[in-house]
Design a protein around this ligand. Structure first.
Ligand code: PMV
Length: 317
């Protein structure tokens, strides 16, 4: 019986991915930049089941049907096609990130699944090929293959993978505002934004420029410049999301208060910058020595967790 276990961590984007150039191949409209975290790992075991007629998907101990299972089966089909196999599999995944609350559970989930499934079906993929494969499951998963800071390139199927980026020493303070499932998935909201927001073309062109500036700031080790770019890019993403029809709003009043907190801490001389993915949780970017002070300031508003750059995807056994 072939069983392979892999582990991956979520990542938080400093320059966001919001919009696809190709839905079938999951190619992004723009490149993006992220930090893979050292907290909230997903551990996934893929066991080949030659006698089974269908795949089985177990998430956090419960057998899953419907859209969650379909998404995993579609991903396994891609791996099976690459491997020339028709064998069914059991996927058993344990996710410690609050699922679907904008804390990138799909990123760690599909990065771990890509590593475990490709190995279980006998493929020997290098990191670039693994990042391309993980992208097919969830765009941001391409970045969770990479340790620490990563840039995920836009472009063709061949060109669109993530690779490591030099960055200054940074920490993230995660403020968990709400860990319930969000009402509109990032996939649906992305599609709606591209189809209905008059601001979408400006988001795409400005983010392309923003990414170059962020990569340069990161290579220069300029925390303040990288931080300012991060916060502006997050607010631009939420602005374009809120401008679609019907509108989607992921930020809650507490999220907005946390963005205000970053501004008031900066006014007090503490360089800290806020970002948020497709959910109400806010993530602060700061120097590691300032992380405790940022967490203490945020704690009256939300539960906090300090994260540092974490490992890329790893095959455990
Ligand atoms: O990977 P997806 O399809 O869940 O999209 C992720 C979108 C954001 O988290 C909002 C931004 C990003 O770059 O991670």
């Amino acid at each position: 019986m072939t069983a392979v276990t892999a582990r991956a961590h979520p990542n938080i984007a400093l320059v966001k991915y919001w919009g696809k150039a190709d839905t079938a191949l999951n190619l992004p409209a723009t490149g993006s930049l992220s930090m893979t975290l050292d907290v909230f790992p997903t551990t996934t075991t893929v066991t080949l089941a030659p006698d089974a007629a269908h795949d089985e998907v177990v998430l956090n101990g419960a057998v899953r049907e419907g859209v969650v299972r379909d998404r995993v089966v579609r991903f396994l089909d891609i791996v099976r096609e690459m491997a020339g196999s028709r064998t069914a599999a059991v996927v058993d995944s344990v996710n410690t990130v609050p699922s679907a609350a904008g804390l990138a559970s799909s990123a760690s989930g599909f990065a771990a699944l890509a590593a475990a499934a490709s190995r279980a079906y006998g493929l020997d993929l290098d990191r670039t090929a693994l990042s391309r494969l993980a992208r097919r499951g969830s765009g941001s998963a391409a970045r969770s293959v990479i340790p620490g800071f990563a840039v995920w390139h836009a472009g063709s199927d061949e060109e669109s993978f993530a690779e490591p980026l030099d960055a200054p020493d940074l920490a993230m303070v995660i403020a968990i505002v709400n860990s319930e499932e969000k009402a509109v998935s990032s996939r649906d909201a992305m599609k709606r934004t591209a189809l209905t927001s008059p601001f979408y073309p400006a988001w795409v062109s400005s983010t392309t420029e923003t990414l170059s500036a962020a990569v340069q700031a990161s290579r220069d080790g300029d925390v303040e410049r990288l931080g300012r770019i991060t916060e502006t890019n997050a607010l631009r993403m939420h602005a374009v999301i809120q401008s679609c029809d019907p509108p989607v709003r992921y930020l809650s009043p507490v999220s907005v208060a946390l963005f205000d907190l970053a501004e008031s801490l900066r006014a007090d001389g503490l360089p800290v910058y806020a970002t948020a993915d497709a959910g109400p949780n806010v993530v602060f970017l700061c120097r590691p020595k300032d992380a405790d002070a940022v967490a203490a300031a945020a704690r009256p508003l939300a539960e906090t967790m300090i994260a540092r750059p974490g490992p890329g995807v790893e095959v455990l056994a």
